[in-house]
Design a protein around this ligand. Sequence first.
Ligand code: BV8
Length: 244
Amino acid sequence: MRQAAAAEEVSAERNIVVLTGAGMSAESGVPTFRGVDGLWEGHHIEMVASPEGFARDPELVHRFYNLRRAALKTVEPNAGHLALARLEREWRGRFLLVTQNVDDLHERAGSERLIHMHGELRKARCECCGEVSSWTKELSSVTRCLACGEVGGMRPHIVWFGEIPFELETIMTALKSADIFLCIGTSGVVYPAAGFARQAASRPDCRLIEMNIERTEISRHFHEHIVGPVSVELPVLVEKSLME
Ligand code: BV8
């Protein structure tokens, strides 16, 4: 089901900021947070994805991320990821893709001007020397840092609840000059990402479009709503947006 307003094309000379959430990867087989009622092995995800949770039971948190990192090998970008990579290639204005997702499906689909504001499953960080390295294997409390050689300081390069997301200044600067804010597949529950719509809406000329299979906590900020799965709706929106 599409709403007529949302079928309008967005002109290709303007600046666009795209925000994606777990709904972007759902059709690729990556479980969303709401889809599992916010639980993992009976634990609230906010408890597992937190410094307190890591301090309390590091091996449980390592297992949470080791399983999700390993699962990346079993999933592929969907048509929505590919459509966003096409939009970036062919868009003549400024383009920035901000994702809350920690999977690597956007980059595997070809997206380049991409910010992982909540970190990446395929990176690890050493708390002893600060080195961030590409990481595709398992992590544990006895993993040795390849940079400083210390053992016991390695953690997923992920922004946990209570930690400050990455590149917020860059994101806020882009939002301040955005002509279009396209928000895809997020429930709008987690801040500060959920506040980006309100920031974009503070610019009178900014056009806000939400794409989701249902209404969300932040739907009220948007002028247009495209209701449907990203793999179907996003290629249609990109095609219409790029046609002169
Ligand atoms: C911060 C990495 C301070 C981890 C994530 C009380 C105590 C402590 C903190 C807080 C508190 N109250 C509020 C807070 C702040 C907290 C917060 O917002 N909590 C919430 C729960 C209330 N935020 C933080 O702690 C953040 N840090 O505030 O620091 C600060 C900040 C700025 C400046 C100075 C200081 C850090 C938050 C980051 C946490 N890490 N991810 C990991 O992945 O393991 S968050 C994680 O959950 C995801 O990254 C994502 O952001 C979030 C889940 O949200 P969604 O992506 O929206 O996913 P969800 O499943 O909810 O929704 C999916 C949507 O897709 C649905 O709407 C669905 O309808 C739709 N959908 C499904 N299928 C499809 C679809 N749409 C289209 N097509 C489909 N096929």
